[in-house]
Each structure stands twice: as C-alpha cells, then as structure tokens.
Ligand binder design. Structure first.
Ligand SMILES: Cc1ncc(COP(=O)(O)O)c(C=O)c1O
Length: 399
C-alpha cells in the first residue's frame, strides 16, 4: 500500500480546477509510475489515453533527444522536416490527403469546425454554418468545444456560448434528420463516446450519418482525439467501422505524451485553409512531430495492433471474473484497450482513491459510478496481472 505523505513542494499556486491525488509521480517506465516517496503505481489510466506506448519508451526518447540537439522551433513561415514527414505518414496511413497541426484536441476540433465553415463559405454557401452535435458528447473545454459538448456543468458560468450548434441524439438517426437544414455545414461526432464512458456508435448509425451527410451536402467530422492512434485496435476507430469521414481530429495518443493535435482532411476540403485563414504558433513543432511520427510508426505495426486485441480480451476476462466473484459491475464496455466499467455498489471516486492506496491508477468517467481504463497499448501481461491484484484489493477495502 502506498504511504501517504504530503510532498514538500508548494501546492498553492495552481488554479484549483483539478482535484489531484495526494502523491506526485516523478518517474515512469513502461506501465509503472513512481512517486516522490518511491511508491509504485500500475498505470491503467495512461494519462487518459495519452501514453499509448507507456512511459519512457526508448525509441521515443531517442528521437526526442536527437531532435532536441538539432532544432526546437521555427515559425510556420518555414517548413520543418519532422512536420513534413509526419504529415506524409498520416496521409499515407489514413483517409486524409492533408493535415493541419496544432497542440491539443481542443485546437484540432476548433480547426475542424473552422475548416468546414470556411469550405462552404468558399463555395459561395456562407449560410451553411450550422453543426450537428450529440447528446453526451465531449469535445474539450474551449468556448467552441463546450458549446458543441453536452455537459451542463462544463458550460455553467461561461456564457454566452457559441451559436450554430444543433443537438441530436447519439445513435438515433431520426433525430439527426430532424435537425439537418439547408444551413447545416457539418455533423460532428465522436465515433465512440469517451468521457461519457466508452459508448460505441452503432455501425448502422455511423453508416447512416455518412449517407445523410452525402445526401444533404454536409461534411462528416469525426472527433478521434481519444479513440484514435490504435486505442480501439485499428489505427483510427473509423477504420474498424469502415465509415470514412471528410475531416477527423487526433490528439492525445498521437504524441505518446508530447502535446500535439492534428486535423486531417480530404484535399478538396483542406483547400479552404489558404494562407492567412488559420494558424498556430506551435502547431507542427519539430520536437512534437518527430515523436508523433515514431508513435505512428510503432502503433501501426500489425504486432502492436493485434496485441491491442489480445490485451483487450485479457482485460475484459479479468474484469468479468472479478465481477463474478464480487458482483462489482452493472456493465463493462470495451472498445479495444479503452474500457468503461459501471460499478453497482460503490462510487467511482471512492474506488479511485482506494486504488491509489493500493498503487493503481484508473480514471474517472462521466457519472458517479463509472471508471475508465485506457492503459498503454503495449502493457505487459505481468503489469496487467499486478494491476488486477491491486484492483481486487482496492475493491475489497471499500465494500
Ligand atoms: C473526444 C475528445 N475530444 C477533445 C478532447 C479535448 O482534448 P484536449 O484536452 O487535448 O484539448 C478530449 C479530451 O479528453 C476528448 O476526449
């Protein structure tokens, strides 16, 4: 059990918008983190689906170190080699022809919506500006993304919000048909709701969205900030569905822990981003892009992607057998190594604290009863087994 001790570093100067654990990780290797006291934690949270290759991956460290002695930053008035190479790699491996780089999921989504609106503006259809969004959606915390998202509490006190969003019901095509008008520019959707607890769009729903978009001259935008980069067992979630978007966003796992966002688009749409229309000082940063290129190279290997499927089976079997033993969960949903577990009898916040005490990190999802697991995609069997020993102990401590 991790010993509680208050770190001597001042904790009063950060804004209080997060509620962090009492311990502070200072080092990580593979799927283990160590705090300032030397206590170890099995990381089943992956920094919320970010550290997709675990901590301190030697190949990521190598490319980052090499790049750090060459070039850290140039403005976007100049090309840089890592950004060029990463954009070509993403274009080769996905539906996209072009990529816009930014620093986060928020910015990637902002760029996606701006691109869709500008595309119709350039086509002489400026009235097409509305965006269809969904119940239980989460797209980030910027003004645009809280407006597109469906969380009341995330909007409280921040108005006036952005106009132009029409909400339909997730997994309900009829509700989408009702809100599409001649003014609609885009349908903006997470193929799998992440923050809301790993809820999959059904195949017919995503296919239906594609058809509705085509029929109504509307762009289909997938927010793959959390679902992308191997998380679901394919490089991007759309590949598992076989439904191709017009624009998609990536962030989180893309940098394996280095901040980067990307907005991917087909050529005829990306043309709307002519010089001066949009930009980002740090977007396409060489340090971030060199790491992301290596992440994509590693994750898109068959070995890693088939490993995700095997590990998913291992996680779900272990969760199900724990549930049989203790009657823990009312539901366990997985989309690859991205798993939502609804507790029957305990609050997720109580379990998370108990897990910390036993040296295990899991992540909160929406609601009081749900946790999310989003571990490294290359977590070892040994780490999985150790994590589940701690999971069981933590649960036993609070029932
Ligand atoms: C689906 C989705 N979109 C967007 C975001 C926002 O990304 P960021 O926090 O990197 O801005 C998140 C973050 O959790 C997300 O899950």
């Amino acid at each position: 059990m991790a010993k509680k001790k208050i770190n001597s570093i001042d904790r009063t100067a950060l804004t209080p918008n997060y509620a962090p654990a009492w311990f502070t990780p200072v080092r990580g290797k593979k799927s283990i983190l160590w705090d300032e006291e030397g206590n170890d934690y099995v990381d089943f949270g992956g920094g919320i689906a970010v550290t997709c290759l675990g901590h301190s991956h030697p190949e990521l460290i190598k490319v980052l170190k090499d790049q750090s002695t060459k070039l850290w930053h140039v403005s976007n008035y100049l090309y840089n080699e890592p950004a060029l190479e990463l954009s070509s790699l993403l274009a080769k491996k996905t539906f996209a022809d072009k990529v816009f780089f930014s620093n986060s999921g928020n910015e990637a989504n902002e760029a996606a919506i701006k691109l869709a609106r500008r595309y119709f503006y350039d086509k002489g259809r400026p009235e097409k500006h509305e965006v269809v969004v969904f119940t239980d959606a989460f797209h980030g915390r910027s003004m645009l993304n809280i407006s597109a998202g469906d969380s009341k509490s995330q909007k409280t006190g921040f108005g006036p919000l952005l106009k132009g969003f029409k909400r339909a019901k997730f997994n309900d095509l009829k509700s989408v048909e009702k809100v599409i008008t001649k003014n609609t520019a885009a349908i903006f959707v997470e193929p799998i709701l992440g923050e809301s607890g790993i809820i999959r769009a059904s195949n017919p729903f995503l296919m239906g969205l594609r058809k509705l978009a085509d029929k109504n001259n509307v762009l289909l935008i997938f927010d793959e900030v959390q679902s992308g980069v191997g998380r679901t067992g394919t490089l991007m979630a759309y590949m598992g569905y076989g439904v191709i978007p017009d624009i998609s966003t990536l962030a989180k796992g893309l940098g394996g822990g280095i901040p980067i966002g990307a907005t991917l688009a087909k050529n005829h749409i990306a043309k709307a981003f002519q010089p001066g229309t949009h930009g980002s000082t740090f977007g396409g940063n060489p340090l971030a892009c060199i790491v992301a290129k290596k992440v994509i190279e590693i994750i898109s290997s068959q070995k890693v992607l088939s490993g995700v499927i095997k590990k998913t089976i291992s996680f779900t079997e272990k969760l199900n057998s724990l549930s049989e033993k203790y009657d823990i969960f009312s539901d366990v949903r997985s989309a690859g190594l991205w798993i939502g577990c609804d507790f029957k009898r305990v609050k997720s916040s109580d379990f998370i604290q108990a897990a910390y005490n036993e040296g295990l990190i899991v992540v909160q999802a929406a609601g009081e009863k749900t946790i999310r697991l989003a571990p490294s995609l290359i977590i070892s069997d040994k780490e999985i087994n150790e994590g589940f020993k701690r999971f069981e102990k933590a649960y036993k401590n609070i029932i």
